[in-house]
Design a protein around this ligand. Structure first.
Ligand SMILES: [Zn+2]
Ligand SMILES: [Zn+2]
Length: 284
């Protein structure tokens, strides 16, 4: 993607990023090319939820990212505050594949506008295993390349106590030791991919794409109030089948919305007709 030209209000501005997990390293290059200079703030963002379940997330992914940006604004003393948030869950149609969603939010405390960039991708590398008693954990995770992925070892419960969760497990010896330690008190031990940004380089690609989407939105003024951030917030489904015209589940139109004044407009999607393979009449 070519560099986006941001409005002059953003040129050469310092931007605080509230993160515990060195996210500035992931986002610095793409944002600095557009003139935004990241300054990391080591804020305890774990109070707003952790992947490993000790702290549930209080709100949806965008709302949580805005809360993180506000948390940063409270101590940064800067007007521009950035935060990033990711979530992983089953793909809604089949439930078989894991979808990674990433949001990068820029909060401007001068105008109190928060603009959210979004991106998603398939994440088949997100894995979890529950061990049988006395099962060898290294054998169980099979061919998983520990040079590319770190692991979390924890009790297989919804809200594990923080002191029972070992994160950033990097090799076979550490894995066996963490499992042995836990197995003394917990009958069911769970191993899963460590999804924290600094432990999970595979996650970075979609984070960078969310930052690119943010830049695109920042460079799109609202047609009503001229505030930055105008972009797609929702879709309308029901595109007609190309052969028979039956309404399908495919995207018909994109709903653009202004994060400042709330003005919306609905525009036809690029392909506003659907492949007959997705049609309930042609391919029931
Ligand atoms: Zn059809
Ligand atoms: Zn507006």
């Amino acid at each position: 993607m070519s560099t986006v030209l941001l409005p002059s209000t953003y040129h050469c501005r310092p931007v605080a990023i509230a993160t515990r997990h060195q996210k500035e390293e992931v986002l610095r290059t793409v944002l600095s090319r557009a003139g935004l200079h990241l300054i990391p703030l080591r804020v305890d963002t774990d109070s707003l939820g952790t992947f490993s379940g000790e702290v549930p997330r209080p709100a949806g992914i965008i709302e949580t990212a805005v809360l993180k940006a506000r948390l940063g604004a409270g101590s940064s003393g800067l007007a521009l505050n950035l935060a990033s948030e990711g979530s992983f869950g089953p793909e809604p149609d089949t439930g078989f594949v894991v979808i990674q969603r990433e949001v990068v939010v820029l909060l401007d405390t001068d105008t109190d506008v928060a603009v959210a960039g979004r991106a998603w991708g398939l994440a088949p590398w997100v894995r979890a295993w529950v061990l049988e008693v006395d099962e060898d954990p290294v054998e169980r995770i099979g061919g998983l390349d520990l040079r590319e992925h770190r692991l979390i070892v924890r009790p297989d419960t919804d809200r594990p106590p923080a002191d029972a969760v070992t994160k950033g497990v990097a090799d076979a010896d550490e894995l066996r030791a963490a499992v042995a330690r836990l197995a003394r008190d917990h009958p069911r031990v769970r191993i899963e991919t460590d999804l924290r940004a600094h432990m999970c380089p595979t996650r970075h690609l979609v984070m960078v794409r969310a930052a690119q989407d943010l830049l695109l939105r920042l460079s799109s003024p609202c047609p009503s109030c001229a505030a930055p951030g105008y972009g797609v917030e929702d879709v309308v489904r029901g595109a007609p089948c190309r052969d028979c015209g039956t309404a399908t589940d495919e995207v018909l139109a994109l709903v653009h919305r202004c994060p400042h004044c709330g003005a919306t407009s609905t525009r036809s999607a690029e392909a506003a007709t659907a492949d007959p393979a997705r049609c309930p009449s042609c391919n029931p």
